[in-house]
Design a binder for this molecule. Structure first.
Ligand code: NAP
Ligand code: G4F
Length: 349
């Protein structure tokens, strides 16, 4: 039987690394697009990397960039993939306020470039396309939980760039019959999460404080709430979305939300610590009492507040559960346990 060929953009990112492992286990030939960088950006896929000249190679990396049609098109026209997972993005919401034009070029036009390449290479009937859509599309919704029926109202350049991609994916599906589907994924984390996202910042910061390598963790909005899942569960959902008979846009979430403050308290509990809070707003801080001494370990800083915030997100993924027959393996405490134990062991990082 001929093996399926998959192309992953963003293979060096959190989701790309987990998805590549999953597809290799499923016997796919996996191609990934990586950016040229002056320092190594392949750390997350080191363990699956295959030397260029080995026999029966199943993982191939290509230099490319979503800002360049030529680089994307040359890979797609050469490998003619059965499945494309578009995971590449400038994925940081706060950074998108500082770099809105670049964010839009990558996150919005990048998606269009891939879809156009599929169309121009006449792969409409062969290539299935997955778009990494996001709960950021919902903004600050009026409804308690967000499903495929909840109206969109984006509140950041990141969200707005992803809104374009959500619609262009649907446009190419409806106009050209491409199997193109959106996974509307809520926040998902893991030991491989980028270090400037809040969960990883907390797990790593608190681990460093525990190991006496750092004194204080500076943080932004403690009361913001997110629906946090595990990336391993969510990349499995991405794969399932492309295995359906028909392309569907589906919400993937846990259906539970926690505040940033809750997340910190749970990580502290993992370390055997109880944290106390004092002050308000940017003057708030968190401290421990150790040997009768008050030790400040968390300080709120205005630097990490956003020009526009999403206060609370919680997904309703009933449709995905029905259609994909999909069950989550992780809850928040299992996720925290895995992140904390990884950060405590990785003492050098
Ligand atoms: P991530 O860790 O930030 O990874 C992003 C990937 O995109 C990296 O491989 C990065 O390469 C690559 N990339 C960035 N700009 C690029 C460009 N111009 N050309 C080619 N590649 C580029 O993101 P993630 O957490 O894995 O998320 C994967 C996707 O899902 C993203 O599209 C994100 O927006 C979306 N999403 C994420 C979540 C979440 O909670 N994680 C939720 C909903 C949607 P480098 O390694 O070289 O930087
Ligand atoms: O971890 P975050 O930066 O994730 P955010 O903004 O929710 O975006 C992530 O999830 C989206 C899905 O909804 C993805 F589409 C997107 O690509 C990305 O993966 O921030 C989470 C919350 C925010 O409310 C933020 O204001 O945590 C709050 N926060 C508080 N202190 C902080 C910090 N966020 C960061 N990054 N750093 C802080 O110090």
């Amino acid at each position: 039987m001929t093996k399926k060929i998959a192309l992953i953009t963003g293979i060096t990112g959190q989701d790309g690394a987990y998805l590549a492992r999953l597809l290799l286990k499923k016997n796919y030939i996996v191609h990934g697009i990586i950016r040229k960088s002056s320092s190594f950006n392949t750390g997350r896929i080191n363990d699956i990397y295959q030397e260029p000249f080995i026999k029966k190679k199943s993982l191939f990396l290509h230099y490319g960039d979503l800002t360049s049609f030529a680089s994307i098109n040359s890979v797609i026209s050469e490998i003619k993939p059965h499945e494309v997972y578009n995971l590449a993005a400038q994925s940081h919401v706060m950074v998108s306020f500082k770099n809105p034009e670049y964010t839009s070029d990558v996150n919005a036009l990048g998606t269009l470039r891939i879809l156009e390449s599929i169309r121009q290479n006449k792969l409409e009937k062969k290539t299935k396309f997955y778009q990494a859509s996001t709960s950021e599309l919902f903004g600050n919704p009026k409804f308690k939980s967000q499903s495929e029926k909840t109206p969109f109202y984006t509140r950041s350049p990141y969200g707005t760039s992803k809104l374009f991609s959500y619609w262009i994916t649907k446009n190419y599906r409806e106009s050209y019959g491409i199997f193109a589907a959106n996974g509307i994924l809520f926040n998902h984390e893991s030991p491989l999460r980028g270090e400037t996202f809040v969960t990883k910042k907390i797990s790593k910061g608190l681990s460093n404080i525990y190991l006496k390598k750092q004194k204080i963790l500076y943080i932004g909005n403690l009361d913001s709430m997110r629906d946090w899942g595990h990336a391993k569960d969510y990349v499995y959902a991405q794969w399932l979305i492309l295995q359906q008979k028909k392309p569907l846009d589906l919400v993937i979430s846990t259906g539970r939300k926690y505040s940033v403050r809750d997340f910190i308290e749970r990580c502290c509990k993992y370390l055997g610590w109880r944290i106390f809070w004092n002050g308000k707003g940017v003057n708030e801080y968190g401290y421990l009492i150790l040997k009768n001494k008050k030790i400040k370990i968390i300080q709120v800083s205005a630097k990490y507040f956003r020009p526009n915030e999403l206060n609370s997100l919680k997904g309703d993924s009933s449709l995905a559960k029905r259609k994909l027959k999909f069950k989550l393996k992780y809850n928040i405490d299992k996720l925290i346990e895995e992140m904390m134990s990884y950060d405590l062991k990785n003492k050098k990082s």
